[in-house]
Ligand binder design. Structure first.
Ligand code: NAD
Ligand code: IPM
Ligand code: MN
Length: 343
């Protein structure tokens, strides 16, 4: 049976970076059975909700999900009763049990000068953010009254242990567990569970605990010191956008969201729908290309094809490809041609 991929182009630049990604996937010799679904704001417009039951069921039954981005000013509202595109993303992650979000940050030498940070600072950086994706403040009970609002942050031992295990297994050198244990009870539990798992199963891996405010500073002053960063949902969200600065642009960072073996993964760039440039044909498609590579590697076991995409991206950049976010003027189309010609 053909490999089934659910495509969720979503909103904003989403469709503009999805189409060239399919070209690239076919150029590396894949022959997938694609099924496209409206998602996020597009799904709100079509069906009144950001994620329909039918779309979630289709994702569950697929081999992998390739997602671009959701959201935009059209659906932004402070009214809690209005549907939001982002609810689709959260519902998909929760619905598929995708608790592990892997965000590799591997700045390429060709792009050192595209970063606002100094070359000497970036050099040698090759880190992985392992972000917990289905717990914490994102999913706790929310309240809203005329006078106030609250978001509950909760974690169970099981939730912390399973994400910590992903991090230890991915580590080559060291795990930096990032928390706010000097203030938050959830962080104290986090630290305790990570420490226990380390002692019981991963004592051969170096472990350090870093407070999140310090981690945010170290990430751009001494990034090469990190190997694997494991952290809770919201800290991971913020730190990964910060880490994107090391690679030259948020338009470079891919991600893989994985659950337990057997559940399909979701593969998507770290960036959003970039409403400020949507429709202009200038979005950087590379984070989406690299997300497709992660899909091939982690979701479908196609390492050779994954590596082919990654090295074509590297070579195109080494040849001078620069989209606007990287300080150049290449359009999405030109960027796609540059990568295709380096395959
Ligand atoms: P954003 O990541 O969409 O954009 C931030 C900045 O980076 C903008 O200046 C944008 O033009 C630029 N940028 C992002 N991706 C780019 C690319 N591929 N090429 C060139 N430039 C790029 O973040 P935001 O503006 O804070 O959010 C916009 C919307 O996206 C919001 O509705 C937000 O909720 C949503 N969002 C969705 C996802 C997702 O679907 N996974 C992730 C983040 C934000
Ligand atoms: C991301 C995004 C999402 C998140 C939003 C859009 C819900 O910022 O994937 O990083 O916060 O997880
Ligand atoms: Mn984010």
């Amino acid at each position: 049976m053909a490999t089934k991929i659910i495509l969720l182009p979503g909103d904003g630049i989403g469709p503009e970076i999805t189409a060239p990604t399919l070209e690239l996937l076919s150029a590396v010799g894949t022959n997938f059975d694609y099924e496209e679904h409206a998602f996020g704001g597009a799904s709100i417009d079509a069906h009144g909700t950001a994620l329909t039951d039918a779309t979630l069921a289709a994702c569950r039954a697929a081999d992998a999900v390739l997602l671009a981005a959701v959201g935009g000013p059209k659906w932004d509202s402070t009214d809690p009763s209005r549907p939001r595109p982002e609810q689709g993303l959260l519902g998909l992650r929760k619905g598929l049990g995708l608790y592990a979000n892997l965000r590799p940050v591997r700045p390429l030498a060709a792009l050192y000068d595209a970063s606002p940070l100094k070359r000497e600072v970036i050099q040698g950086t090759d880190l992985l953010v392992v972000r917990e994706l289905t717990g914490g403040i994102y999913f706790g009970e929310k309240t809203r009254t005329a006078e106030g609002a609250s978001d509950l942050c909760a974690y169970s031992r099981v939730e912390v242990e399973r994400i910590a295990r992903v991090a230890f297994r991915a580590a080559r050198r060291k795990v930096s567990s990032v928390d706010k244990a000097n203030v938050l009870e959830t962080s104290r539990l986090w630290r305790e569970v990570v420490r226990e798992l380390h002692g019981a199963e991963f004592a051969h891996v170096e472990l350090e605990h870093v407070l999140v405010d310090n981690a945010a500073m170290q990430l751009i002053s001494n990034p090469a010191d990190f190997d694997v960063i494991v952290t809770e949902n919201m800290f991971g969200d913020i730190l990964s956008d910060e880490a994107a600065t090391l690679t030259g642009s948020i338009g470079m960072l891919p991600s893989a969201s994985l659950g337990d073996a057997g559940s399909p993964g979701v593969f998507e760039p770290v960036h959003g729908s970039a409403p400020d440039i949507a429709g202009l044909g200038v979005a950087n498609p590379l984070a989406m290309f690299l997300s497709a590579a992660l899909m091939l590697r982690h979701g479908l076991g196609m390492e050779a094809e994954a590596a082919a995409i990654e090295s074509a991206v590297d070579r195109a950049l080494a040849d001078g490809l620069r989209t606007r976010d990287l300080g150049g003027s290449a359009s999405t189309h030109e960027a796609t041609q540059a990568v295709l010609s380096n395959l």
